[in-house]
Design a protein around this ligand. Sequence first.
Ligand SMILES: Cc1ncc(COP(=O)(O)O)c(C=O)c1O
Length: 365
Amino acid sequence: MDHPIVREAARQLPLYEPGRNAELVARQLGRSDVVKLASNESPYGASPRVREALAEMLSGVHLYPDAGGTALRAALAEYHGVDSACVTLGNGSVELIENTAKAFLEPGLEAVMALPSFLKFRIATRLMGARAIEVPTVEDRVDLAAMAAAVGEQTRVVFIANPDNPTGQMVSADAIMGFIDSLPTSVVVYFDQAYFEYVSDQEPPLLPLIERPNVVVARTFSKAYGLAGLRIGYALGNPELIASLGRVREHFNTSSLAQRAALVALADEEHMRHAVAENQRERERVFSALSAHGLIVTPSFTNFLLVRPAVQGPLASAHLDEALTRRGVIIRPMGFYGLAGAVRISIGSRAENDRLLAAIAEIAS
Ligand SMILES: Cc1ncc(COP(=O)(O)O)c(C=O)c1O
């Protein structure tokens, strides 16, 4: 129950349900071999070079981090061929979503987003007391025409993720550019590329995007780079937009360990590429196996699959989430995303995916 004087926008806030904690589930089930495929983490971990760099950093944890994230921002600026003023860091890319809402939204204003889409878009909008205008996807893809049509006088932000979560689907680079061009420049487009590394050759070129006065591109080290636990992401955009996000951020929002880890991870492209290639191979294998059981699986460009019940047979009626949890495999139920009966399954390592597929086969038999 809330405190009686909690702010109305906070009282109305949808509560985020994160993936269940593997240790907790292991304790509840009394088994030690629990597999978590619920939070789209990388099963390949961080680059070994990150681990070495973090060990060296431990002697400095009594010091505050560089609030400006100077070294990492400079490295990211060089990597992308832009000025450091075009880069801001976030405590995970979720903080960049929140900072965008803080900078541009307030009661009476609106943000447009897809439904379903990444829930933080809705949560950050509502936290500011603004209205979330949610535009239904069509066949699990964002409906860009309908989203553009939903932009009105009070719209200040459009949130769009490509590929999107929880569908795993994406739209073409041309479609994105056309969509952005169709919007007034008085609307900030928050273009979320959390899964960029999995689809890099299919996305619009970065520089023409961030040359626009109203586009913020956000990326993260949580997925293909394997740094989810350290919480570090970044946004790119024109210096004015980036300064506005920087103005509302918590001053020391990214830790010294996270900044250093991201710097080292960025330089180990080979590790990241390995994770992307392995993910693609495993995703195709899991997709085929689940489809062969009659489950309805949305083709994915990411490190997870959106899965709906089969039309007939045991997998039509099974409560997959509960049935898999009982077998020590944690996945993510999608009721919270408005997709009752659907589940989202992260692509794990080969051994983890084997566990998932064995459990599914058992439920289906
Ligand atoms: C579309 C999308 N954006 C952003 C994030 C947040 O990632 P992080 O805060 O770890 O960078 C996620 C995480 O699942 C996501 O799916």
